[in-house]
Design a protein around this ligand. Sequence first.
Ligand SMILES: Nc1ncnc2c1ncn2[C@@H]1O[C@H](COP(=O)(O)OP(=O)(O)OP(=O)(O)O)[C@@H](O)[C@H]1O
Ligand SMILES: [Mg+2]
Length: 270
Amino acid sequence: MKSRYENAKAAFIDSVDVEDYIELDTSIKVYKQLEHSIDKPLKMILLFGKPGTGKSILLNRIQSKLKHQKEIHYFDIPPVNEKEFFHKLFKILTKQDLPPNTVVNFSALVDFCKNLKDKREIIILLDEAQMYNSEMMEKIRLLSDSRSVKFVISLHKTDNEDLIAKEHFKSRIWEVIELKNVTKEDQFTYIHKKLLKKNLFEVANSIKEKHMKLIHAFTDGNYRECNKLLFTIFEICEYYDENDPSNIDYDNIPQKIIEMAALKLGYIHV
Ligand SMILES: Nc1ncnc2c1ncn2[C@@H]1O[C@H](COP(=O)(O)OP(=O)(O)OP(=O)(O)O)[C@@H](O)[C@H]1O
Ligand SMILES: [Mg+2]
């Protein structure tokens, strides 16, 4: 028989699937903030946060929620080159395809956008924007000046990139939304909701509030780290379930297993 932990593990595979989006106090708050910013007459909005704080899933969520009311487009990773990027943008803006070998005439595109003002409003969600070079960012800014295209620039913030967020965009970005790691309470809800979505009631109940102190301390409330830790916890449970069930308590995950997972992931050392 398939171990219940196999499905529990699957719930924590790191992926950005909007179907798996979970509402938490923090995620509802940032969602509303972003939605509100998009409604304001801003040219650019900066969304930033450390890796694994949920920027990509938030952009996907907002795109899927608003796509029936607004012209909103999500760009996951920057196209390999500038030409391809402007082809993609050209198609969205003009609703026409450009022959593959032609290069978009940028100033004509800017004029085209200026003409769209008050007629259409297009929202472009640019994920992984730290990968766009400054020349492209400058062009993006020029397009946003037309007031018909609004950009949400999502950047992941590491200690070095803090500078990019501050200097390059300082005068240009009109609103900044920062995504942070979550509290212990929200992380508890996150884990439970993830498991309940897969109908794993017993497994969900076996993760108790008392476990959260360790889980939150190891992962610092980061979604990606949380996924990794929970995946590993259930991987260990699955092993015991199949080979040595006397080592698991199905109603109450042994603390030892959480520590073993943390050891495996290098959060703690022997
Ligand atoms: N509200 C949420 N509901 C469900 N899953 C979430 C939520 N927030 C984050 N996650 C999950 O956490 C993981 C990390 O989120 P995501 O990939 O969006 O982070 P990120 O900020 O884009 O990271 P990076 O900077 O590395 O691109 C993903 O597996 C994602 O599905
Ligand atoms: Mg991302």
